[in-house]
Design a protein. Structure first.
Length: 367
């Protein structure tokens, strides 16, 4: 080898050695990259996840009858005599698009309420090429979800993931019908969980992702790297109308509750304690010791919390052993419960611990 190096000269020899090192590194990288099915491959692929989820994602096309507002000049009979305008010309057909997810083999589909709101006709196109008209079973504007029904056989419900296990940085895929292109897939990561306070809907607990979500993706699926449903894509933050790396999805556990309640009761039935609370502040903590939780500011005298013995000024530190240091998350958990569910509340009053048992009530309709 030394004789070869001397005969080639150091510049050429150094180049050959560098090339050998690069080829060796590429060899080890190629061998070490896994595939979704566990075999070794030279490229990463999410095709297994897409194959698992895509048969359950549908394209939705809606038509609406839109009436032009009354105009004193254009709708004046004298004006119409000259221009032969008919009252029917005040109406026009508006078409829009979205996506949906098949949740059960008997044809229940979840989508966004804003996708089908006011629609005169809802046409659903399946991944296998079939199409059918869908009927609306019910809607929940408070979460921007709607339940549709398809009368078709051979439907494939999507596998469901537990969104509580999702972590920031996990790979996710958004599957839907962006801009009416037909079923499309974009890939990204989870950017945040538990997003709320965006004033998009009454109940907010979004999964945030940077996977491209564009107009038409609404109601589609956000799935994990195995193709299991993590959430229903519902909104994007954009100043241009297109994806800017901030998409929001409703977690699959809450979306599933909305579907079950609408099918069973015709509306969403939410749990209720009847309290108003605020997080423990630094000043309150200095007065009452190192307590974390919620300070109860008001208790409805007709509500379950009052009946259980909770009073204004109490500090609620946990519900069923789960800390309430995140006030929004605690109330979100309560809203996910069903009337009649029993819970145990850990409460501190005058620096003494109390364990109170409560029975979850039904949230009043006007709340």
């Amino acid at each position: 080898m030394s004789q070869i190096i001397k005969s080639l000269g150091w510049p050429v020899a150094a180049g050959l050695l560098a090339a050998l090192l690069i080829l060796q590194q590429r060899h080890y990288q190629t061998v070490s990259e896994p595939r979704m099915d566990g075999a070794e491959s030279s490229t990463m692929s999410w095709s297994t996840a897409v194959r698992a989820a895509s048969p359950s994602v549908v394209n939705i096309y809606t038509t609406r009858l839109v009436r032009r507002p009354y105009h004193p000049l254009l709708d004046d009979p004298m004006f119409q005599r000259f221009f032969s305008r008919s009252p029917r010309q005040r109406e026009r057909i508006q078409r829009s698009l979205g996506s949906g997810v098949i949740m059960s083999a008997d044809g229940y589909v979840l989508t966004n309420n804003h996708v089908i709101n006011g629609a005169a006709e809802i046409l659903v196109l399946l991944a296998d090429g079939r199409e059918a008209l869908a009927s609306v079973i019910g809607t929940d504007p408070d979460t921007d979800l709607a339940v549709l029904k398809l009368n078709l056989a051979g439907l494939t419900p999507i596998p469901i993931a537990d969104p509580a296990t999702a972590d920031v940085g996990d790979v996710v895929l958004a599957i839907g019908n962006p801009y009416g292109f037909g079923q499309s897939v974009s890939q990204g990561i989870i950017s945040a969980t538990g997003r709320y306070g965006l004033q998009l809907n009454t109940y907010e607990n979004y999964i945030q992702t940077d996977a491209a979500i564009n107009p038409g993706n609404s109601g589609g699926a956000l799935v994990d790297s195995a193709g299991n449903l993590l959430g229903i894509n519902t909104a994007i933050y954009s100043q241009s109308g297109g994806s800017q790396g901030i998409g929001l999805a409703i977690p699959s556990d809450y979306a599933g509750k909305v579907l079950r309640d609408i099918v069973q009761f015709g509306e969403v039935v939410r749990g209720w304690l009847g309290v108003e609370a605020q997080p423990v502040t630094a000043s309150i903590r200095s007065e009452r010791g190192e307590l974390n939780g919620l300070v109860i500011s008001d208790v409805d005298r007709d509500g379950p919390a009052w009946e259980a013995g909770l009073r204004p000024g109490d500090v609620l530190t946990s519900i069923d052993g789960v800390a309430t240091d995140g006030g929004h998350r605690a109330m979100y958990r309560v809203s996910m419960m069903s009337p009649g569910d029993q819970i145990r509340m850990e409460v501190y009053r005058n620096n003494q611990r109390l364990d109170l048992d409560a029975v979850i009530g039904r949230r009043p309709q006007d709340d």
